[in-house]
Design a protein around this ligand. Structure first.
Ligand SMILES: [Zn+2]
Length: 338
């Protein structure tokens, strides 16, 4: 399938025929990145909700389809939905690919001077967001592993906090620049909503409730739905170059790094000092890098290596842990905050 990276489709107030009978048929009917505008004739205000930047993170899309077929209309606001990596999501079996084989992770292609196809598409999406001068942007994802919902933001002011508080209890403030959509320069709050893992039953519900909440209109200047905990200074645990990772409940004596198989459980609670998180070959901690916001490797401050075991050196919180080997290898194993 040849992909047109210079095009984006537009739908305005689509009818039930366009929306098809279910979200699978609707997904398969799309021809590429698609903007769906649901308008409100008495309002000039726009909210933008993006989803499916990652083709294997369907909760936002499923929730959007569910919301659209009920023919709900927003109150006092116009909604612009942008369905991004349609081709990756359509690749069979559907919702199995973060990005197309041989392609790039588009959520690493924003704010970049590079001229690849995926950078071009990131620009198109950014332009489609800015076209309506929105008052807020919410980018919906699923975590790679099972996880409670949380928000992530590259900036923080009262509006970011209030916006996130409509959806979850935790906001991670991340200054790590990766080229993610939430890093774009725009004069309104942009947050990422991680709805939970795509196999977690609650994730579609989180996404659906986020859409219904936004459709009712949120006042991010005055209302504050619930208290929100801000988590600062996340650090990314990545493999050193050319190091393999596997997952197991015990040390199998593999080369590279073995991460404890139940690592996703740590997305739900604190990891205490002394916890064994995996095993390493004789290269020990040099098989891993823990990168702070300045891309310094601070692995020795948070982990130690003893009898081939990788052990937490202090209490910290783990999030976005996944046992999907491909993500662990190509993106990161997990994030921690102390
Ligand atoms: Zn994602």
């Amino acid at each position: 399938m040849a992909i047109d990276f210079s095009d984006i489709c537009y739908l305005k107030n689509p009818d039930s025929i366009t929306l098809k009978a279910d979200y699978t048929q609707f997904l398969l009917s799309l021809c590429g990145p698609t903007v769906i505008d649901i308008t409100h004739e008495d309002s000039e205000q726009w909210y933008v909700i993006t989803t499916l930047l990652h083709g294997n993170e369907p909760s936002g899309f499923i929730a959007l389809h569910q919301w659209l077929i009920q023919e709900e209309r927003p109150q006092n606001v116009n909604l612009r939905f942008i369905i991004c990596s349609v081709e990756a999501a359509q690749y069979q079996p559907i919702f199995s690919q973060r990005f197309l084989p041989g392609g790039e992770d588009i959520n690493r292609c924003f704010n970049s001077e590079k001229q690849t196809n995926y950078n071009q598409r990131a620009h198109l999406i950014e332009d489609a967001i800015k076209e309506v001068s929105p008052v807020l942007v919410v980018d919906m994802h699923n975590t790679s592993g099972s996880s409670p919902a949380f928000c992530v933001s590259a900036h923080m002011n009262k509006q970011h906090l209030k916006l996130a508080s409509f959806f979850c209890d935790n906001l991670i403030l991340s200054h790590i620049s990766l080229g993610a959509l939430m890093e774009i320069t725009i004069d309104c709050p942009v947050i990422t909503l991680e709805c939970g893992g795509c196999t977690d039953i609650q994730a579609n519900k989180v996404a659906y409730e986020a859409i219904t909440t936004l459709a009712l209109g949120v006042d991010i200047n005055n209302s504050h739905k619930q208290t929100i905990k801000v988590i600062h200074h996340p650090m990314r645990l990545v493999l050193a170059e050319d190091i393999d990772v596997s997952f197991s409940l015990e040390d199998q004596g593999e080369d590279g790094v073995t991460i404890i198989e139940n690592i996703e459980q740590f997305n739900y609670g604190l990891c205490h000092a002394g916890q064994i998180l995996g095993w390493s070959d004789n290269e020990g901690l040099s098989n891993l890098k823990l990168l702070d916001e300045y891309k310094n490797n601070v692995i020795d401050d948070y982990f130690y290596f003893e009898d081939n075991r990788l052990i937490a050196a202090c209490d910290f919180q783990i999030f976005m842990a996944t046992k999907q080997r491909y993500i662990a290898q190509s993106d990161c194993l997990f994030y921690i905050t102390a």
